[in-house]
Ligand binder design. Sequence first.
Ligand SMILES: NC(=O)c1ccc[n+]([C@@H]2O[C@H](COP(=O)([O-])OP(=O)(O)OC[C@H]3O[C@@H](n4cnc5c(N)ncnc54)[C@H](O)[C@@H]3O)[C@@H](O)[C@H]2O)c1
Length: 351
Amino acid sequence: MSKNIVGLARQSPRIEIGTPFDTSSLEGKTILITGGASGFGAGFAKRWAESGATIIIGDIDSTQGKALVDELRKETSNASHQFLYCDVTIWQSQVDFFRKAVELSPNGRLDQVVANAGIEEAGTKLNEPQNLDQEEPPEPQFKTVDVNLKGVLYTTHLALFWLPRNPSTSPDFKPDRHLLLIGSVASLIPFAGHIQYSIAKHGVLGIFRSLRATAFQHGVRVNLLLPYFMDTPMIHPVGRAFLAGIGMGKHEDVVEAATRFAADTSIRGRALAVGPRVKLDDNGNLLPPDAQQAKEISSFEVYAHDFEEVEAFTLRYVKILNAVEAGRGYIGWAGDIVKAICSPFVSWFKS
Ligand SMILES: NC(=O)c1ccc[n+]([C@@H]2O[C@H](COP(=O)([O-])OP(=O)(O)OC[C@H]3O[C@@H](n4cnc5c(N)ncnc54)[C@H](O)[C@@H]3O)[C@@H](O)[C@H]2O)c1
């Protein structure tokens, strides 16, 4: 029995990294970005607003968020871009943010959600035990986990509530319902001295790997971006000192990879790690930086083959979801037929 669920989970084929893509699909879309006042989120906002999307930013940094939205409105002559205060660690704050965003959205819906808000390690450092001369350690503060994992879980939960409400307005119109998760290379590798950050980002990877097997059920596509160290305000001076000579990735490469996910609505269930640019030969072997006429890339697919051979539980689970989906389609069609037959009577009754 085949244990390949690529088709059943609607995972799209390998991304042809380096091939051009068209951003015209972003025109008229409403995109919600948590933590969009700074860094990557601000980069996504600018690029996607230029392509005709309306951007709704939720962040705790009201000063920078409002200034960015003013700039977007001016640059794109679109007064619909919005900043809303939102603390992703507080459930009601995110609930209010999503509800208000839908009210303010020019098309009355959310087309895409980016779970981007994040902080660097803050709160208790698990690798630095405290109060060793006392009877008990102090109560730990898991602020990084609160923002980078609990906040993302809240955003994911709300995205899965609002995106499926984005309706098919005609038989040929397939709405885009996209959730883009922002992980990190710390989702993939140990991050010494940053245990909370690693836990949180491994958790984001867990959300992605599990959710992409079932999100098709609600017509939602889920993708994941995993940046390496990049020069954004999140990297403190000490971090920069540690990274001296190692090389950071480029902010614009992260924005480019995220834009591919946002604009190419056929991409589903894929993850791209983005790091410093490297040169490769045609077989994917690393070349020296001064190699002439070599392909230079910064994005690499990760966790691409999970669905090619799954264990029996996942196979059975996803098959059942497909059966439910098929049944729902039949019932939906039958419902439409009944509505069509009844509509003259309903109109007569209403008049
Ligand atoms: N910069 C990097 O090297 C790097 C690498 C890998 C992953 N990332 C991830 O990229 C995402 C964006 O980070 P960035 O580098 O652009 O950092 P940044 O500091 O420039 O931006 C993060 C934004 O999140 C906001 N934020 C923080 N706490 C919040 C809260 N409780 N509620 C709402 N908003 C909050 C901040 O105000 C800020 O605007 C994060 O998830 C981060 O973990 C960054």
